[in-house]
Design a protein around this ligand. Structure first.
Ligand code: GLU
Length: 556
C-alpha cells in the first residue's frame, strides 16, 4: 500500500508536517528543575473538590521552582459542553487562590500564551497534521466499521472467550487496500481513524508513576480511535499531541486514567514524543456511616464534593487550601504546626509525599482547620470577608447585618476573643457565623431557641425579677452580683462551691440562673460573655427579648 497516497487522500488540506509545529512550539526555556503542569478539564460546568485537589498539586509542583501551570480546555465532547464552564473553572480556582500562568482564560494574544490555542476544538489542524504523519508511516488507518459491526465483533469475541476490542484479526479494516478505501470514501462512507497498534499481548510496560511508584501493565494491543468520525480527536490522541506540544513535563490526573497509560505509552512512542512524568492521584474517600467503611465521594450522594458548596457557605479559601495540603502531602501538617505563620506556599511540596491510597475527606478536620485559620484574622479582616460573602450570597440580609459597622465589629471582637488571653474558636464559615450571631440582628436565624431547663413558672419569675432589678449602668461584676442575689432569693445557690458541696439543698445554682437570662436573650445556652452581649444589643432590645421569653413561658 502506498501510505503517502493514502495520507494525501485522507488529509488533502494538511500542508505542513509535524516539524512545523515542533519548531513553532520549542522547548520552554525554564530554570533547571522547573516543571510544566496543566489542568485539562472538560468544560462540563461541574468542578469538584477532586479537581481542586489535583489543581493545587499541579500549581504547587509548577510554582515551587519557577515552572508553569496552564489551563487547557478539553472540549472535544460537544455533548457534555456547558456554556460559561470555562469562566466557572477560572473563577472558582481564583477564589481558592490558584492562578494559572497561561492558557484558556487569558486573551488569545496575551504575551504568555505562546503554546496555544488552548481549546482543543481550535487545534484540529494540529491533530490532523500528526494523524496524517501516522498514516504516512503506516501507523494509522481509516476504519469504516459501523456500530453494528463493532457489536458483532464483540459478540464473536465473547463467544470465543477472548479479550474484547478492536485489535489483531478482529480489526476488520486494518488491511483494507487503497482502492477499497477510496471506493468507500467515494460512496460517502464515514470513518474513524485508528492507530495500527504495534503492541503484543505477551509484553508488559514498566513505568514509574510519580505517586503510585513502579507499575507494570500489559502493552496496548488495541487499534484505538485517534480521530472520531467528525475529525475531532479522542482524549488519548489529543492528550499526547497537546502535552507534547505544550511541553508539559508532569501530568497529574485522576487515578481513573491509570489503565490508559499503556495506550498513551504507545502513542507517545509512535509519535516520537518523550513521555511526561505521570502522577495518578488517589480518589477522595469518605467514611461511610452506613457501612462503617470507606467509599469514594460521590457527586450524587455528597453535596460536599461540589466546590460551590464551600463558596455558598463561605468557607475561607485559605482554610480550604490548608486542608487540601494536609490531604495532599503527609508531612504538611507537621510543617504547618511548626510554622503556623509562614506563607503556605513556602512549604516544600513533593509529589512523592502524595497519598497512594484514597485520601480520606474528613469534615470535622476541615472545620477544625477553618476555626484555626479564622482565629488568625483580625476583626477587620473578618468583617471584609463576611461582607464580600454576604453581598454575593445573602444580599437580602446583608443590609441588616452591615447596617451598623461598629455593632458588627463589636460582635466579632467578642466572638473572636480579640483582646483576650486566648482567641475563641467559635467561627467556622460565614453562614455559620451569621447563624451563631443572628440574635444580634433580629434576623430569622436568631430564632434558634434552646429550651429552658428549669421549670417554666420559676424561670418566668426569675426573668421578671431580673428585669425589675436590672441596671444598665452596672458593670460586669455588679451585674453578676445582682444575678447572684436573684439566685439566692429564689432558692438557687449563689456560690458554685456551696452548690457542689450540697446540691440537694438548692433548686439549682447561679449558673442555671445565668443560663435562663442567656437563653432568653440569645436563644442559646453557650455564648461568650453575657454582660458584653447585652451591652452590644442595648437595654431596650434586651428587655424586649426577655419579655418575649416571659410571655412564651406563660403559655407552657
Ligand atoms: N479532560 C480530562 C478529564 O477531565 C483530563 C484528564 C487529564 O488531566 O489528562 O478527566
Amino acid at each position: 500500500m502506498d501510505n503517502a497516497k493514502l495520507a494525501e487522500l485522507l488529509f488533502p488540506d494538511v500542508k505542513v508536517t509535524p516539524d512545523y509545529y515542533e519548531n513553532k512550539f520549542p522547548h520552554r526555556n525554564l530554570p533547571g528543575k522547573a516543571q510544566v503542569t496543566r489542568m485539562a478539564p472538560s468544560p462540563t460546568g461541574f468542578i469538584h473538590l477532586g479537581n481542586l485537589y489535583s489543581a493545587l498539586a499541579d500549581e504547587r509542583i509548577a510554582h515551587r521552582n519557577g515552572g508553569v501551570f496552564y489551563l487547557r480546555i478539553e472540549d472535544t465532547d460537544e455533548k457534555r459542553k456547558v456554556d460559561g464552564a470555562v469562566d466557572t473553572i477560572i473563577n472558582v480556582l481564583r477564589y481558592f487562590d490558584i492562578e494559572f500562568d497561561e492558557g484558556a482564560g487569558f486573551p488569545e494574544d496575551a504575551p504568555q500564551n505562546l503554546y496555544g490555542p488552548y481549546f482543543q476544538r481550535q487545534r484540529v489542524e494540529i491533530y490532523h497534521t500528526y494523524a496524517k504523519d501516522l498514516v504516512e508511516r503506516g501507523l494509522a488507518y481509516p476504519c469504516f466499521c459501523t456500530e453494528n459491526e463493532l457489536e458483532q465483533i464483540r459478540l464473536k469475541q465473547e463467544a470465543d472467550k477472548v479479550l474484547t476490542g478492536y485489535y489483531g484479526a478482529y480489526a476488520h479494516c486494518r488491511n483494507l487496500t487503497y482502492e477499497d478505501i477510496k471506493a468507500r470514501l467515494d460512496a460517502g462512507e464515514t470513518y474513524v481513524l485508528r492507530l495500527r497498534s504495534q503492541g503484543s499481548p505477551d509484553r508488559e510496560i514498566t513505568f514509574t508513576d510519580s505517586i503510585m511508584g513502579e507499575i507494570k501493565l500489559p502493552e496496548n494491543i488495541h487499534d484505538i480511535v485517534l480521530l472520531k468520525r467528525d475529525g475531532v480527536p479522542t482524549y488519548h490522541f489529543a492528550h499526547a499531541v497537546d502535552d507534547h506540544l505544550m511541553r508539559t513535563t508532569t501530568v497529574i490526573r485522576g487515578g481513573e486514567w491509570l489503565a490508559s497509560v499503556p495506550t498513551h505509552y504507545e502513542l507517545f512512542h509512535v509519535l516520537g514524543f518523550k513521555m511526561p512524568a505521570y502522577g495518578h492521584t488517589a480518589h477522595l474517600m469518605k467514611f461511610d456511616e452506613e457501612t462503617g467503611g470507606k467509599r469514594k465521594l460521590s457527586k450524587r450522594k455528597d453535596p460536599e464534593l461540589s466546590l460551590d458548596y464551600y463558596r455558598r457557605d463561605g468557607y475561607h479559601p485559605k482554610a480550604m487550601k490548608v486542608y487540601l495540603l494536609t490531604l495532599l502531602n503527609s508531612n504538611f501538617e507537621e510543617w504547618y504546626e511548626k510554622f503556623p505563620d509562614k506563607d503556605i506556599n513556602e512549604f516544600p511540596f513533593s509529589i512523592e509525599k502524595m497519598s497512594q491510597s484514597g485520601a480520606l475527606f474528613d469534615k470535622d478536620k476541615l472545620h477544625n482547620i477553618c476555626k484555626n485559620e479564622l482565629a488568625k484574622l483580625s476583626e477587620y479582616e473578618m468583617y471584609d470577608l463576611l461582607h464580600e460573602w454576604a453581598v454575593e450570597n445573602e444580599p437580602d440580609k446583608a443590609g441588616i447585618w452591615f447596617a451598623d459597622k461598629e455593632k458588627l465589629l463589636a460582635v466579632l471582637r467578642l466572638y473572636m476573643g480579640i483582646g483576650m488571653k486566648r482567641r475563641r474558636k467559635d467561627f467556622v464559615y460565614a453562614r455559620q457565623i451569621f447563624e451563631l450571631t443572628g440574635y444580634f440582628f433580629g434576623t430569622k436565624d436568631a430564632q434558634a431557641s434552646e429550651a429552658f431547663r428549669t421549670d417554666a413558672r420559676i424561670t418566668g419569675q426569675i426573668l421578671e425579677e431580673y428585669l425589675e432589678t436590672y441596671d444598665h449602668n452596672a458593670d460586669n461584676s455588679q451585674w453578676f452580683d445582682n444575678l447572684k442575689a436573684i439566685a439566692a432569693k429564689f432558692g438557687f445557690a449563689a456560690d458554685m462551691k456551696a452548690y457542689k458541696a450540697n446540691p440537694d439543698d438548692y433548686k439549682g445554682s447561679i449558673s442555671d440562673v445565668a443560663e435562663m437570662v442567656r437563653i432568653a436573650v440569645t436563644g442559646r445556652a453557650n455564648t461568650p460573655d453575657l454582660w458584653s452581649i447585652i451591652h452590644i444589643i442595648g437595654e431596650q432590645d434586651m428587655r424586649s427579648k426577655i419579655n418575649d421569653a416571659i410571655s412564651s413561658l406563660r403559655h407552657i
